[in-house]
Write a protein that binds this ligand. Structure first.
Ligand SMILES: O=C(O)CCC(=O)C(=O)O
Length: 270
């Protein structure tokens, strides 16, 4: 399987429209890949909180339309990163208005799956106060692999990945807008999620600096043994990697730790 991670730079001197067009051309250049991945909130920038409402879009909005055409032209599965989703149901039932929503598009340009980020970043500010939390795990079945979807801060929550594993995930795809300041965590957590779940991790972050937050870049592909197959540098880059999906099953067969999970164990009474 061939994956291309588009580590696009998000900088304030480029408009959202122009970045969208640039991302679409970069996707078109990936013909021959099975899966192309973009980062979290790349149209607006993961830390550009003041622009979230103005740039919010519905699932069939401008980012979906541009990415759908690009995926179809390139003939690839596209994890189009995430958008600020304006939720149609908010008007009806008073639910949260905005979500950080990832989109997976099939080679015929259809929306195969969306995923609303479950763990919102920011503690008592930023995304955590501006957006609603998703409440549904999401997997997508490609011809060769089952993808498990997680977004950025989700990487810190191993139980989410266990849930995806139990739904059949073999490859975790993690778009992010990870700050450079915590790059060591990014690499470590991507490897940890791969090792503990004996799965591939494709983690694609943004590059550049927006809203004063330097982004980590260093998108990374880790195999089910925890080995780093490829890692990008800090700047804009397309990271392409070929990997053997059968390694998921051979790793799980030859070192069967997942069979030793003790489900239902609770903490001792204190
Ligand atoms: O967990 C982190 O250090 C970064 C998370 C983040 O930036 C995000 O989820 O947008």
């Amino acid at each position: 399987m061939r994956a291309s991670l588009i580590q696009i730079a998000v900088d304030p001197d480029e408009s959202v429209n122009s970045r969208r067009e640039r991302a679409a051309s970069l996707v078109r250049e990936q013909r021959g890949a099975d899966l192309v991945v973009l980062p979290e909130l790349w149209p607006v920038g993961a830390f550009a909180y003041e622009s979230f409402a103005a740039e919010a879009e519905t699932l069939d909005g401008p980012t979906f339309r541009a990415m759908s055409e690009a995926a179809r032209d390139a003939g690839v599965w596209l994890h189009a990163g995430s958008i600020v989703e304006r939720a149609p149901e908010a008007v009806l039932d008073g639910a949260a208005d905005l979500y950080n929503t990832a989109l997976v598009i099939s080679p015929d340009g259809a929306l195969a799956r969306s995923y609303r980020k479950i763990h919102r970043f920011g503690f008592d500010k930023g995304e955590a106060t501006l957006m609603g939390a998703g409440d549904e795990l999401a997997t997508v079945t490609l011809p060769d692999a089952v993808l498990g979807l997680a977004t950025c801060y989700d990487l810190r929550f191993p139980e989410l990945f266990r849930g995806l594993l139990d739904e059949g995930a073999q490859v975790f795809v993690v778009p992010a807008g990870w700050p450079a300041r915590r790059r060591a965590h990014w690499t470590l957590l991507a490897q940890a999620r791969a090792v503990e779940n004996q799965s591939y991790v494709l983690a694609c972050s943004t590059a550049g600096t927006h809203a004063g937050v330097e982004q980590s870049g260093h998108s990374i592909v880790v195999d089910p043994w925890g080995e780093v197959l490829a890692e990008a540098g800090p700047g804009e880059e397309v990271l392409t990697v070929d990997f053997d999906l059968s390694k998921v099953e051979t790793t799980r067969d030859q070192f069967p730790v997942l069979k030793d999970r003790l489900l239902g164990v609770t903490a001792p009474h204190r």
